[in-house]
Design a binder for this molecule. Structure first.
Ligand code: ADP
Length: 639
């Protein structure tokens, strides 16, 4: 089925208010509508979402979207709902009932988009339902997560191939903003693209973005210079590696009069949200963040992105730096380089691959921590504070962190970012039973009435967000009392209640192994380490420069024919060198030749040179006279 341009344009206009497609969007959408498997590579901010959302809206049925980050998923669902489009999401951390109900809505209701985290794909519950959904399109967001050659390999993504078998004939669209040649081929293969599939790639060049890497021994001072150079009143992001570093740097900038704030995953959710909002609305100009910040954030007028330390791959650097200048106006991406940074980066990469016995020890500790018996625990998320975990089991924080990352990469555990999950309530009994309960338990009558008043009858059909704070205010109770009562009602079977929480979570993605028998593949781990070291070297190579930085980046992504960007530090330095006045010895020789051929007054001589060279010319003439190589004639001419 193919739609005339006007129809898909209409879908775009009606739902998003955009008047035209961006480059490649229309081609990609047409390919999808023609039923072809499609890989779309667009830079960050290139408008990837529209590429699967428009075709999904243009035809009947449901679009299944696989996405790795819960926060991103929630943002997208929220955005679609704001536009009146029915969207749902299923991810770890939701209760069994909630998932059950959401999937049911997708089978029986008019849901248009279902976002799923990859580890959910092959659960029995999901498999049983997906075949009954009228799926029209499978979208794989952040498709580089499929490839172990990428910078963010997520093993559960490999299950998408098996999902395709459950959805015969359904086309797939894979989207990413960063993929090397190797990763592209891998995506096409792992997703089992059918013959006739299409790959669309927009150049990753960002003509308005000036990349530079500055060597410095005093990063803070240099940072301040850069921020002031671009304009302290402009929007900027500073990436730091540790939480502590974000706070110290923000404090330093504040003391220097810059409206800066720190942002990292360790801050309470409401503070994070407030800081982000302040930055979005320009009350804070410079946000100093760990890489927890930025995904899914769409602020077009970022003029400057500074990295205090290089990330461990060029993919990550390209993504983070690429948040500058999304409005296509001139912007800067600056990497600050200390004298030992390259070695430090190499050391960190080595450390990221701890010895196997450490990894096994951490796996065992995680099992104890979550009280998971051998053979159990698959996909049951539990709250997980890594610091608390490391202290409890006397494991060095770095070892714990790196071992868990290894376990995640190998597909044994998954760590989810902290997500702020609002409190939710569902009333599973009918009106009559509820009424009977209210009569018999008058002390809870007010709270139940308020719940119904705030949320209406929808509470009977499914989980609804509730605000514990509003209830408390309305009932003139403390939030704690409200929670206690809700919990009591939950235990009594009158409501199903999920309290609000915001801690990070972890889960086992397989039934738990005996730690000694955990099938860790040493060879593969070593290969992964070597690959990581290669990526590190690419970053070092970029930082060393010696060539146009945009070209260096593009070559890494397989674009070998890019022209110099003319705006990076290297290109600008070259241009300056070309325009610089000739060295003094040349100038001196030039003056001697000119004047020996034809004596002239100094004023006459100056007319042959650019105004900017006047001082140098006068200086040289004076020296030549002093040295006796030129003499004044009585008429004032030099010769
Ligand atoms: P990506 O996922 O590629 O980073 P998004 O899909 O989040 O990008 O889109 C980035 C921004 O561009 C969003 O604000 C989106 O509304 C906007 N956008 C996408 N397509 C168009 C278009 N055709 N015209 C104008 N704006 C667009």
């Amino acid at each position: 089925m193919s739609l005339p341009t006007d129809d898909i344009l209409l879908v775009l206009k009606e739902n998003w208010g955009h008047s035209a497609f961006r480059p490649l969007q229309e081609d990609i959408i047409r390919s999808v509508l023609a039923g072809q498997d499609t890989l779309a590579l667009l830079p960050t901010g290139g408008g990837k979402s529209v590429c699967f959302q428009v075709p999904a809206l243009a035809r009947p049925g449901l679009c299944l979207v696989v996405s790795p980050l819960i926060a991103l998923m929630k943002d997208q669902v929220e955005n679609l709902r704001k536009r009146g489009i029915k969207a749902e999401a299923v991810f770890s951390g939701m209760s069994h009932q909630e998932i059950d109900q959401t999937l049911d809505n997708c089978v029986y209701g008019p849901v248009k988009f279902l976002y799923v985290s990859p580890e959910r794909l092959l659960t029995d519950m999901f498999r049983a339902r997906v075949g009954r959904m009228k799926v029209s399109l499978l979208a794989v967001d952040e498709a580089h997560c499929l490839s172990q050659w990428g910078y963010d390999f997520r093993p559960p993504y490999l299950q998408i191939a098996a999902l395709r078998e459950l959805l015969p004939g359904v086309p797939v669209i894979a989207l990413t903003a960063t993929a090397t040649e190797h990763v592209k081929l891998d995506i096409v293969e792992k997703l089992q693209f059918r013959p006739g599939s299409r790959v669309f790639q927009q150049s990753f060049a960002r003509p308005n973005l000036s990349y530079s890497a500055l060597a410095t021994e005093d990063k803070l001072r240099r940072l301040l210079e850069v921020v002031r150079g671009v304009g302290a009143d402009k929007t900027s992001i500073v990436y730091a590696r540790t939480r502590r570093q974000t706070e110290d740097t923000a404090a330093y900038l504040q003391q220097s009069g810059v409206k800066a704030a720190a942002y990292h995953a360790g801050l309470p959710a409401d503070q994070r949200a407030r800081t982000q909002q302040d930055w979005m609305e320009n009350r804070v100009r410079c946000i100093v963040a760990t890489n927890a910040f930025g995904m899914g954030i769409d602020k077009p007028d970022v003029r400057l992105v500074v990295h205090l330390e290089a990330p461990d791959s060029l993919e990550a650097y390209y993504q983070e730096a690429g948040r500058a200048g999304r409005d296509e106006k001139y912007a800067f991406a600056v990497l600050l380089q200390g004298p030992n940074d390259a070695d430090e980066l190499r050391r960190r990469t080595q450390q990221a691959y701890p010895p196997l016995d450490t990894v096994r020890r951490v796996y065992q500790a995680l099992a104890n921590f979550s009280r998971t018996a051998v053979g159990g625990g698959e996909l049951v998320a539990f709250d997980f504070d890594i610091q608390h975990f490391a202290e409890t089991y006397r494991i060095k924080a770095l070892d714990a962190h790196n071992s868990l990352r290894t376990l995640a990469r190998e597909g044994f555990v998954q760590l989810n970012e902290a997500v702020n999950t609002p409190a939710k309530v569902h009333i599973p009994i009918d009106h009559h039973d509820l009424y009977r309960f209210q009569v018999a338990n008058a002390q809870h009558d007010q709270l139940i009435k308020s719940l119904l008043r705030f949320n209406g009858g929808e509470l009977f059909s499914g989980f609804q967000r509730i605000s514990e704070n509003s209830l408390a205010q309305h009932l003139k109770l403390s939030v704690l009392d409200v929670r206690k009562t809700l919990l009591f009602l939950h235990r009594s079977g009158i409501i199903q209640y999920q309290p609000r929480h915001e801690s990070p979570q972890a889960l086992f993605t397989t039934p738990r192994f005996d730690a000694d028998k955990l099938p860790l593949d040493q060879k593969r781990l070593l290969r992964a380490r070597d690959l990581a070291l290669e990526k590190t070297e690419s970053v070092v190579h970029y930082a060393d420069g010696g060539r146009c930085r945009q070209q260096l980046l593009l070559e890494y992504f397989g674009e070998l024919d890019a022209a110099p960007c003319k705006v990076c530090d290297f290109c600008l330095a070259e241009k300056k060198a070309r325009q610089a006045p000739a060295p003094t010895t040349d100038l001196r020789q030039q003056l001697l030749t000119m004047l020996k051929a034809q004596p002239q007054t100094p004023r006459e001589i100056l007319t042959h040179f650019a105004p900017g060279q006047a001082t140098a010319v006068t200086e040289q003439l004076r020296e030549l006279v002093e040295m006796g190589q030129l003499q004044y004639a009585p008429d004032g001419r030099l010769g």
